[in-house]
Design a protein around this ligand. Structure first.
Ligand code: NAP
Length: 285
């Protein structure tokens, strides 16, 4: 039976580190850390994410600034706001909650955020920096996954790492981070042939597909570390992951649950990126 990786505990440790450093910044340098969160429209899931981010900011001692814009906000108005936030010294990090309404070009918005304040690490400059291993910010979810793997004491060097999913926010950066830690990385996607055989060769398996319980125990190598990024609903509308936990935990050595695995890490890493941004903007890092 696998050991369960406790994402809540690991994320609490990350947030505690951030809170400690934030207090130190205030005491020693008189600096406050500010995160701007911009939301456009009334998407319920986005609303929940934004509220969670605000709560996390309060918990670590950041000032959060919320900009809740009407569904009919034009792209020009949104870009103007981002420009204002880019110039505002109180704001160290800018997060524009995705998805945006269809009349707004997400790429144009991401490209307008100053790379120094791009705490989601979505701007092409930051994406490029991840490719060359010279980065300030890591994208939050893949960075959280790395922290969870680290928490198991697993040395990634020379391990067969399989990432399923090639999205720009999870799969691709995840593969890069594992490569930088000297993993031998395979990226799989919807056109991959022989997925089961590839998975069976994985010492470390990171799954980010978006299909409930898609990866089953018979696809997992005995003793593998299994990280489930998926956030799906099962046949009873209950939150679950991309991995069939019940069968997978019989084969894995370590496994993340859903909920309580990768999910809590994403916000914790966002807090960490915002702190890094504040320190860099103050010339302290
Ligand atoms: P996405 O953009 O939809 O990408 C899904 C990826 O899965 C694509 O690369 C797709 O391949 C691949 N895929 C689909 N069907 C497949 C199959 N049958 N076999 C192999 N690969 C397949 O999704 P995402 O944004 O990366 O998110 C993935 C999951 O993670 C979702 O459940 C999402 O909710 C969750 N998520 C969680 C967090 C968190 O904080 N916990 C953060 C982000 C995302 P193609 O490229 O060929 O289409």
């Amino acid at each position: 039976m696998a050991n369960i990786i406790d994402g809540k505990a690991v994320s609490a440790a990350v947030k505690a580190e951030v809170a400690k450093e934030t207090a130190k910044l205030r005491e020693e340098h008189g600096l406050k850390v500010g995160l701007a969160v911009v939301i456009v429209g009334n998407d319920q899931a986005s609303r929940v994410y934004v509220n969670n981010k605000k709560k996390a900011c309060e918990a670590v001692g950041f000032q959060s600034y919320e900009y809740a814009l009407d569904e009919n906000t034009t792209q020009e108005q949104l870009l103007d706001l981002v420009e204002v936030l880019n110039r505002d010294d109180k704001i160290n990090g800018i997060l524009v909650q995705l998805p945006l309404p269809p009349h707004i070009d997400e790429k144009a918005v991401i490209n307008t955020i100053s790379p120094e304040k791009d705490v989601d690490a979505f701007h092409p400059v930051n994406v490029g920096k991840i490719m060359i291993g010279d980065y300030s910010f890591l994208p939050c979810t893949p960075a959280g996954v790395m922290r969870l793997i680290e928490s198991t004491g697993t040395d990634i060097t020379g391990k067969n790492c399989v990432v399923i999913g090639r999205s720009n926010i999870v799969g691709k950066p995840q593969a890069m981070l594992l490569l930088q830690k000297n993993g031998t990385v395979t990226i799989c996607h919807s056109k991959t042939k022989n997925l089961k055989e590839i998975c069976l060769g994985a010492d470390i398996l990171v799954v980010a597909i978006g299909r409930a319980k898609f990866i089953t125990g018979d696809m997992i190598k005995e003793g593998a570390v299994v990280i489930d990024v998926g956030m799906d609903r099962d046949e009873n509308n209950k939150l679950c992951g991309d991995v069939d936990f019940e069968s997978a935990e019989k084969r894995a050595s370590y496994i993340t649950p859903v909920p309580g695995g990768v999910g809590p890490m994403t916000i914790a890493m966002l807090m960490k990126n915002t702190l890094t941004a504040a320190k860099q903007q103050a010339g302290l890092e």
